[in-house]
Design a binder for this molecule. Structure first.
Ligand SMILES: *[C@@H]1O[C@H](CO)[C@@H](O)[C@H](O)[C@H]1NC(C)=O
Ligand SMILES: *[C@@H]1O[C@H](CO)[C@@H](O)[C@H](O)[C@H]1NC(C)=O
Length: 237
């Protein structure tokens, strides 16, 4: 059967029409977040996830969800934990995470071991820029992290490991993490879990407001993953 497919760029608005989905997104939607290529791709995945969900669930499961994340060095973890507890109205949840990163030709492939016979295999991509960033990821749970680690180590080789104890607080739609990272020190990570209809700017605004409430300065923002900080040997205090 012939399937009509029409793409057009009209007045800064990109419109795609196909039998399965109709996606609209503004070209300026994700300004100030990432390099141009990533920007349009990220905006596209958000808009299409939203629209496709109503007519094609099979397709939807293949689109990675998107979050806005920021990370910063924490000089006073006790004080930070107090503020986070106040904002979330909870004492927080402690989670141990031993992450193994495997060699991978693009993005990051990591196995997260919760040290309780459960774990997750996670693939993600994100631009290494300062400040709030948008990342895409896919996750698969496992009940045999040790066995999976062996197979993936044999197949791909290990790039490195990150061991941390994480305290998780939920504030609105944001996950606030206070991390004690072995060999690195204390850090915080904000993860704004985006709703389909929200723009990246909205996510960024939420992250920045929360950072201010938590007393985290822009100067303490950190670029890159713990894995990179460990590899680069940046052992600041
Ligand atoms: C293991 O720990 C993780 C993280 O704390 C938790 O989400 C999960 O439910 C736990 N699984 C088991 C089997 O205890
Ligand atoms: C995996 O990456 C590490 C570090 O980049 C390298 O030393 C190692 O040789 C790689 N292993 C494989 C199997 O490619």
């Amino acid at each position: 059967m012939w399937r009509p497919r029409v793409f057009a760029l009209i007045c800064g608005r990109f419109v795609s029409v196909s039998p399965l989905s109709v996606c609209f997104f503004s070209c300026s939607q994700t300004a100030n977040v990432a390099p141009p290529l990533r920007k349009s791709f990220a905006a596209k995945s958000i808009a299409c996830t939203h629209t496709q969900s109503s007519n094609d669930n099979r397709k939807r499961s293949r689109v990675m969800p998107s979050n806005v994340e920021i990370k910063a060095k924490v000089s006073n973890p006790t004080q930070f934990a107090e503020k986070a507890a106040e904002l979330s109205q909870s004492e927080g949840t402690i989670i141990r995470q031993h992450d193994t990163f495997f060699n991978c030709s693009q993005g990051r492939l990591k196995l997260r071991d919760f040290m309780n016979k459960s774990g997750q295999l996670i693939f993600y991509e994100r631009p290494d820029t300062d400040g709030p960033k948008l990342s895409r990821y896919s996750i698969s749970p496992t009940s045999d992290p040790t066995g999976l680690r062996t197979v993936l180590s044999d197949a791909l080789g290990v790039k490195g490991e990150v061991k941390k104890e994480r305290k998780l607080f939920l504030v609105g739609q944001t996950r606030v993490h206070l991390d004690a990272v072995e060999g690195l020190g204390s850090y915080m990570e904000l993860e704004v879990v985006m709703r389909p209809e929200q723009t990246v700017e909205e996510g960024q605004q939420i992250a920045e407001d929360l950072m201010e409430k938590l007393g985290v300065s822009k100067e303490s923002l950190v670029t890159g993953a713990y894995m990179d900080l460990i590899i680069n040997g940046q052992k600041e205090t």
